[in-house]
Design a protein around this ligand. Sequence first.
Ligand code: RIB
Length: 362
Amino acid sequence: MYRFKCSIGFVQFRGVLVASIRDVAKEAGVSLGTVSNAINRPEVLAPRTLRKVQKVIEDMGFVPNASARNLRAGRNRVIGLVVPDISNPFFTDLAKGVNDAAFAAKYVVILCNTDESTEKENQYLDVLSAQNVEGILITPARDTNRALASVTEKGIRLALVDRPALGLQACSVAVNDSYGGSLALTHLQELGHRNILLLTGKEDIPQVADRNAGIREALKKISAAERPEITELRLDSMSAASAYEVIKRKIDSGIDFTGIICGNDLIALGAIRAFREKNIAVPEEVSVIGYDDIDFADSANVPLTSISQPAYELGYAAAELIISECENPERHVHQRIEFQPRLIVRSSTAPTKSHRANLKIS
Ligand code: RIB
């Protein structure tokens, strides 16, 4: 325990004696307002008075209440980050980007995980607003722009990350998920896959809806003779565990596909685990493509072909935008940044047997 050595009366704070602003005023023989001015507006005090108060503050080791001072100035350098699933390495990397940008600007981040729940999301938005954070970064669990619009209407600065702004008066940093979906479909189609399973979350998850739209757009561009048949399986959560259980049941009921497009890498890793347990070879019997290109994708038992998203850069760019708005609200102009996804081919996808025969690949 650390005690200040001084005869002046102190207040107890968690067992530690700390000088209060009242103690400083009494010792310096000035008013509370003069001590407050010495901290917040030294320019309004006579130099002699300022020096006297500053010496007492130093002698007593008084620590001005920074959060109270910031509150008065309407500044606390705190931003909130609300994401759907912090256990997904994609959002962990995104949060690291947010954190690094905040650190560089001397801000701190309050991280909120919604477990893809709109109810949790709205509660976090309420608490962050009540905490008077300077800005909120959010990846909406669902397309709940109604709740987000009410936050911006309260004057809370908001920026969307991994989501376009879609009509909100806010900055956004996103990835072209529709193009990402088309990359995945085209990759399997070019490998000769004509029966493809789409294993993903529900369409009220915006990223899922956009990727599926990209898949549908890509299908339209393929001639009927070459166009794959797509069957869809929806998961309650975009997790490895959920995919593992669903694919195990699907294998037992019979596999009627040679390729799987997964909603994200966690889903792909769960599916590959189920195939491995049922002795189904990936990619020889079934090709699997993920989405996100998380760190584990490269080091998985079967290195995963995936659609890469720059998660860290998404978070860093979004944090820079919201902090710029906090620092210069009068001059700020909302920006929409869009990153393009990339296809990263590894060994979880391969040509079908018939395609190999056509290409005379042994
Ligand atoms: O939250 C679902 C998915 O959306 C994540 O896996 C990541 O791809 C994000 O964009």
